[in-house]
Design a binder for this molecule. Structure first.
Ligand code: FES
Ligand SMILES: [Fe+2]
Length: 365
């Protein structure tokens, strides 16, 4: 890892900044923690994940402390794991419980990481110090009546490329011109940005009558909404490099909605994104769409999932091109800042501040 202090003159974190340690990251979906022993790499650490017979998710060091054989390739015995190389056995707290070639168990064992199940995910706290539960951010779709679609992708680039992409609304009409379908004026709508608790809130009201054409509505719903005037507002949240979401609400005038059996008054969706550093150059990415319209419609789940996947593949391809560029082109190139970069710049300054703080007080994983 490189130093937390980068040569960037604006104090903005970038792909060279070490990942923030004192925060919760998604370590998988709940169902990824099951009876199987499964490897996941987080922050350059090979980890093994499984679920005990009592239902507790476990995330531990995957590398046997004897000669580095992977636990994920070993044998589960009840809640214990027996290493397949020389047969040492560990319990679900990572302690040695048996070494066949000797009577006594050595000290040490497998490091266990603190995890927490919340929403559809299992979250991990990688930092050495005790986990801070107050840093587990609230997910608004865990309350209320929402239909959920979840997707997962492997990002071929550093976490900061994606963290910035998610704050950046100005790429949407261009990179996603043929998938999300927003016109150029989307990139110029006014934003009201607030910094709160090492995070950001950025709010906007869309004034043009185009938002119903997004790929986040089915053609039928889009037509129904488009027949009316509506008010559309969106609040984006950068909560940490691990979590970004936007709450979008489109409301139709109550009288018009009451008179038209084809519409409901409120069409809201929450699109949330979860990033976890895998290595310095790869990132685990989960996205989740929660919507309050077209409920219990598996056909529309499939349609929206396809639409979003196509758009997010564009972000993945971009991230790869950016990472490849940084790998190939080693000269220091000052970034030009555009007017629409305000929230990205603020986000990167917050991350740099956190990284500097962690470097100053020696945070470790
Ligand atoms: S490598 Fe695991 S017991 Fe030897
Ligand atoms: Fe994007």
């Amino acid at each position: 890892m490189t130093s937390a202090r980068t040569p960037n003159r604006l104090g903005m974190a970038d792909y060279r900044t070490p990942p923030i340690k004192r925060q919760w990251y998604v370590a998988g979906l709940r169902e990824d923690f099951n009876e199987e022993l499964d490897e996941i790499v987080i922050m350059n650490r090979s980890l093994v994940r499984y679920r005990t017979t009592a239902g507790e998710p476990v995330l531990m060091q995957n590398r046997c402390p004897h000669r580095s054989f992977p636990m994920s390739e070993s044998i589960r015995e009840g809640d214990n794991i027996r290493c397949r190389y020389h047969g040492a056995t560990f319990d679900s707290d990572g302690n040695f419980v048996n070494v066949p070639s000797q009577d006594m168990c050595p000290r040490g064992g497998l490091r266990k990481y603190a995890v927490k199940e919340y929403g559809p995910f299992v979250w991990v706290w990688m930092a050495d110090e005790a986990p801070d539960e107050s840093k587990l951010h609230h997910l608004p779709f865990t309350e209320g009546d929402w239909d959920l679609i979840i997707g997962r992708m492997d990002v071929p680039g550093n976490i900061m490329f994606m963290a910035e992409n998610l704050c950046d609304l100005t790429h949407i009409p261009y990179l996603h011109e043929h998938t999300l379908g927003y016109p150029p004026e989307f990139a110029r709508e006014d934003l009201d940005i607030r910094e709160i608790d090492d995070g950001l809130e950025y709010e906007r009201t869309i004034t043009g009558h185009y938002f119903h054409k997004t790929a986040l509505y089915s053609p039928h719903t889009s037509d129904s909404i488009g027949a009316h005037d509506y008010h559309m507002s969106s609040i984006g949240y950068f909560k940490s490099t691990a979590l970004n979401y936007s709450y979008i609400s489109l409301t139709i005038d109550p009288e018009a909605a009451a008179a038209d059996p084809n519409v409901q008054q409120d069409y809201s969706f929450i699109i949330s994104h979860y990033l976890t550093p895998e290595t310095d150059k790869t990132t685990h990415y989960y996205w989740l769409l929660a919507r309050n319209y077209d409920l219990k419609r598996p056909d529309i789940d499939e349609l929206l999932e396809n639409n979003l996947t196509q758009a997010f593949v564009e972000d993945m391809e971009t991230t790869k091109l950016l990472q490849d560029m940084m790998d190939k082109d080693q000269h220091e190139c000052r970034e030009t800042i555009f007017a629409g970069d305000r929230q990205s710049v603020m986000m990167r300054r917050i991350v740099q501040r956190l990284a500097d703080r962690e470097a100053a007080d020696g945070a470790t994983i």
